[in-house]
Design a protein around this ligand. Structure first.
Ligand code: DX5
Ligand code: ZN
Length: 223
């Protein structure tokens, strides 16, 4: 079975109950999650504010699952070390958030974390063609970043396919994630296009049964 046929599921805690985040992380871990996705927003790069490295650190003891930290902050460089020390496994920066992604990705690697790069819906795949050797994760935003619960942008599917081809050409083991509007209907579209990590907030945390919600995103259970 290819990785595209068995995608990793990464619940986004942005849609969790913030008053009991530790329990919410444990609950999705027990329900079959593969990664925990943590959305960091600064009210500047995106029009919303979420949480910072202290919350990542506080959640770290609650699960051994990898922490996939999605930085929607500009600049990111002054905070990379804090997120690495807080226990981030993957640290993802936006290609749109600064002029020196190459340097930032090297810095993330030097800090002992896995570097990832994120593309907003308006950004073409070629924007990251010169840094593919530096990343372990590529994340395609299928909504404009800043909020959960938005509608999946089908226009991003050809971009996912193009990036899958680009990854294949590198011969490197790079995860291809999709984030925004993923539910039981859109998940199979994303995996068919080549995504092998599905990030979902409301499709998991807004459901009463997290195990059933996660299972519903896996291809064998989708229409
Ligand atoms: C949006 C975030 C997403 C968000 C996804 O800026 O990056 O991770 O939590 O939420 P849903 O799955 O509800 O679209
Ligand atoms: Zn995210």
């Amino acid at each position: 079975m290819t990785s595209a046929a068995r995608p990793l599921i990464a619940p986004s805690i942005l849609a969790a109950n913030f008053a009991r985040l530790g329990e919410e992380v444990q609950a999705v871990a027990n329900a079959g999650a593969d990664w925990i996705h943590l959305d960091v927003m600064d009210g500047h790069f995106v029009p919303n504010i979420s949480f910072g490295p202290q919350v990542v650190k506080a959640l770290r003891p609650h699960t051994q699952l990898p922490f996939d930290v999605h930085l929607m902050i500009e600049p990111a460089d002054p905070y990379l070390e804090a997120f690495a020390k807080a226990g981030a496994d993957n640290i993802l920066i936006h290609i749109e958030a600064g002029p020196h992604a190459h340097r930032s990705l090297q810095h993330i690697r030097a800090l002992g974390a896995k570097p990832g790069i994120v593309l907003c819906p308006a950004t073409p795949p070629e924007a990251i063609s010169e840094i593919l050797d530096l990343v372990d994760v590529i994340l395609v935003m299928s909504v404009n970043p800043g909020f959960g619960g938005q509608k999946f942008l089908h226009s991003q599917l050809p971009k996912i396919s193009r990036l899958r081809d680009m990854i294949t050409q590198t011969g490197r083991d790079i995860r291809l994630a999709v984030d925004g509007g993923i539910d039981a209907t859109t998940a199979p579209l994303a995996t068919k296009a080549g995504a092998d990590v599905l990030i979902a907030g409301s499709a998991i945390y807004a459901k009463p049964d997290y195990k059933a919600a996660i299972a519903a995103l896996r291809p064998e259970n989708t229409p």
